[in-house]
Each structure stands twice: as C-alpha cells, then as structure tokens.
Design a protein around this ligand. Structure first.
Ligand SMILES: Cc1ncc(COP(=O)(O)O)c(C=O)c1O
Length: 346
C-alpha cells in the first residue's frame, strides 16, 4: 500500500497555529515564566496573515468578493504583504496605496507578490485627494465589487484574533496564562486576543505596549485624544496618532511606553540570545516586559505570554544595520560590541 501524500492544498492553509516558545536567556534575570507567540511562523511572516484571511473570507461569505474582484488597502507593511499573498491564492486583484516614505525594497516586495502599488505623496494631509487614504477610498468607490480592508477601523480585525490567536494561546498554555503583553497598533491583536482570554479567565492581566510619540496610552487613561503627545518615532506598527476603531480599549488593563532605541537593542538581543530572528516590535514587547519586571508586575508563578508580531528579515536596513543604528544615535560605547565584527579573508 502506498503512503498518502501529506501536503497542504495551498499556502494559506498554513496561516495561524503558530508556536509558543519559552524564552530562556533573555528572561534569565526576570521573575516569572515567559513565553513568546512567534507570529513569523505564519506563511507571510507576520500576525497580519490572520486578519487578511479572515476579512477576505468574511467578504466572500457576504457575497461581496467573487473571482476577479479587487482587494484594496493602505499599507506598505505586513498587512499589504498578507493581503497580496491571500489575493494570489484566491484569484483577486490587490491594490495597495502606500506613502512615498515607503522604502523601494518594500514596494518591490509587494509588487513581487502581484500587488498593484500606488505611491502617494507623504507630505500631504490625510484629507488631501492625493493622500494614500483618499486614493484608496477613491479606487474602492470606482472599482465595482471591491473591498477596502481598512484595518484601523474594521471590527473584523479584532475578530480574527478573537477567533484564532486567543484560543491558540489559551490551549497552548493549558489555561495557565496570567499576563498577556502585546503591541498595540490597530489594536486588533491585543484586544481580540484579550477579549477571548478574559472570557476564559477574567483575572488575566493585559498590558498594551505603546510608543513615545503615540496617543494610545494617554487616551486609555483619560479618554482624551491629546495631540500634544504626537511626535515622530521610528518603530513601525506600534502606537498611533489617531484612535483606532479596531481597538477595544476596555480589554486592556494598562499601557506601557517604550523608546525606539531600547526596543531596537532588545530586538537585537532576542535574536542573539534566543536565536529567534525578530522584528522591531518584538523588541518593543520584550523591552516592555523588562520595564514591567522592574516595576514588580510579575511573581515567580506568573506565566507571561507576549506576542512577537513579525520576522527580522524585514528590518535588515534598519535595526539590524549598524550604520542605521549609528545614524539614529542608538549606538554608544556600551553597545557597539554586541554585533560580531566582519572578518575579511584576503
Ligand atoms: C510589525 C508589527 N507589530 C505590531 C503591530 C501591531 O498589531 P495590531 O495592529 O494588531 O495592533 C503591527 C501592526 O501594524 C505590525 O505591523
């Protein structure tokens, strides 16, 4: 008798069910037990695969998307990549409106995945007809049978994590999770996951990670959108200059802010100590854990789960480039020795 062929029908069947990995060396001096949900194991190398698939499949169920339809979004980041990947398999056209600030590498990556990319001027206001928001909206209106993913305001974003990330973490920890620490950008990951976990055990503490220069922490604490909080920062995917409708702030117990420099160094430290090659926001979440540890948030019985949203390969010209780190003023005499010297053989 022949053995059966064990193959996935297509790449999208690999979305979700990412591993939970114990953190060892980086957590050596911290109180508690620490585990990372490594979202780079998704086929598009980030947690955004989950929302791309969920939002597209809900639109299919509603009869909005049919073969040859168009999926539209405004992002040069992980979500764009995930939508492009899903569109290939499902036979949709994918249009991504991105800012002219996006690196040529990112634009080429999206084009390599079959997306039609509109590069829109970065210096115009959000309501200018040339802004990437307005271009996406216009294309959505003009393209019959299209959907606009609109991840910052789409409730299905949170639902994707409520239905997948939350149950996976509950099952992987055997219900023993005590704390969830996760970055908040659109807020879909943290609030969807948190809502599911708190339904299982309302005592689980949920801590959101925000950037200095973002409005989320203050909004959570005061209900006020304080524009004085807004200034430019480097970490992509974390924090925001508006209040995302995709976040359920009531599921989050507290926010903690992290700096660009410490998050970058901590991402590099995770790669070097755990052998997990992570993106910038994974550094941010681990940096937040270090700060929470200093504040005595955990005890020896704490089972802390954090989410590492994406893969380090997307940041080669940023946090993994010594030159970039130096240009940002992030390298100082205490930290230069952390990367290996290149040995040139003559
Ligand atoms: C790299 C990265 N980390 C974290 C996040 C935050 O996840 P969420 O948008 O679900 O809050 C994002 C989202 O844009 C991201 O791209």
């Amino acid at each position: 008798m022949k053995n059966e062929i064990r193959a996935y029908n297509n790449i999208l069947e690999l979305v979700g069910n990412t591993p939970l990995v114990k953190l060892n060396r980086i957590a050596e001096n911290l109180t508690g037990n620490f585990y990372a949900k490594v979202e780079a194991f998704n086929p598009g190398h980030s947690s955004k695969d989950r929302i791309a698939i969920h939002i597209i499949e809900q639109a299919e169920k509603a009869g909005i998307l049919t073969e040859g339809s168009t999926v539209i979004e405004t992002t040069s980041g992980n979500t764009g990549f995930s939508i492009a990947m899903a569109s290939i398999i499902k036979g949709y056209d994918c249009i991504l409106a991105v800012s002219s600030k996006s690196s040529p590498d990112k634009i080429d990556m999206l084009r390599s995945m079959g997306a039609k990319v509109y590069v829109c001027p970065a210096h115009v206001s959000a309501d200018d007809p040339r802004s990437y928001y307005e271009v996406a909206k216009r294309l959505h209106k003009e393209t019959k049978g299209s959907i606009y993913i609109n991840q910052y305001f789409n409730k299905l974003n949170m639902e994707a994590h409520y239905k997948s990330t939350g149950p996976e973490i509950w099952e992987q920890t055997g219900g023993q999770i005590t704390h969830l620490v996760a970055c908040s950008g659109t807020g879909g990951t943290i609030s969807g996951t948190a809502r599911f976990l708190k339904e299982q055990n309302p005592n689980i503490k949920v801590i959101g990670v925000d950037a200095f220069g973002s409005v989320l922490k203050k909004y959570h604490e005061t209900g006020e959108l304080d524009t004085n909080e807004i200034y430019p920062y480097r970490i992509e995917g974390l924090g925001k200059n508006l209040i995302p409708g995709a976040t359920d702030f009531s599921t989050i117990d507290e926010f903690i802010k992290v700096t660009d420099a410490e998050s970058a160094h901590t991402a590099r430290e995770i790669s070097r100590t755990e052998g997990i090659f992570v993106g910038y926001t994974s550094g941010a979440v681990m940096q937040a854990i270090k700060q929470l540890n200093e504040l005595n948030t955990f005890d020896k019985n704490s089972n802390v789960v954090c989410i590492f949203p994406d893969h380090g390969s997307r940041y080669m010209s940023k946090i993994y480039s010594d030159q970039w780190m130096e240009d940002q003023g992030f390298l100082n005499t205490n930290t230069v020795e952390e990367t290996q010297e290149i040995q040139y053989v003559k």
